[in-house]
Design a protein around this ligand. Sequence first.
Ligand code: SAM
Length: 228
Amino acid sequence: MLDERLNRVMEYITGDTLVDIGSDHAYLPIEAYHNDKIKFAVCGEVVEGPYQSTVNNIRQHELNDKIEARLGNGLKVLNNEDVDTITICGMGGPLIAQILKEGFGHVGNHPRLILQANTYTYPVRKAISELGYTITNEDVLKDGRHFYEIIVCDFYPKQKNYTEKELKFGPVNLENRTEAFIDKLNWELEHHKRILKGIDSTAEKNTEKIDELNLKISERHEVLNSES
Ligand code: SAM
């Protein structure tokens, strides 16, 4: 059984072939196969321990001929193969962006990308827009005190250009204004206000940090107060 986060990711998987980067336990490809979402998967893992856990779980489910584990860094485990969906989940936004930038040349085609970031999604949206992708869906999930974001991207001949505001908050999030997205903005607003309160505003060395926090606060106020 997958948790809500990976279940939501699974719903967006399309086509027969999945590549799951940073697969760790390989829960997502195994469950996707059992749910007839895919026919074949590649699991990429860069760390030996999680890679062994990928290998063991695939073996335990007797899926060796359906799911292949590859040890390697990011998308570099691919050899210009055509695939239908790539998932990169459970990592920080900057790491997901780095994996896309460094390894996309190893992907043979332009599959759907499903990117689930635990933190800071701006670099993810920036990287996928530089690769010519369009954001087709977005989700924010709240799990206790944590917020997770899912960004779904597809490659269309005519790409949409994104504003800085869209790259920061997500074009679909801004359109849909889901309860979880609004909760996340309110949480961030309070978080930035708390940090600002604790900073010595008389010290010159803090000027840049204070300006940065004020900008983040005003950007969130603007989104929260706008209609859609
Ligand atoms: N994707 C699973 C999930 O969402 O539950 C596991 C997430 S786990 C927190 C992140 C995994 O990504 C770890 O197993 C880590 O070793 C792997 N990882 C980190 N950087 C990677 C990279 N450059 N290439 C492949 N795997 C990576």
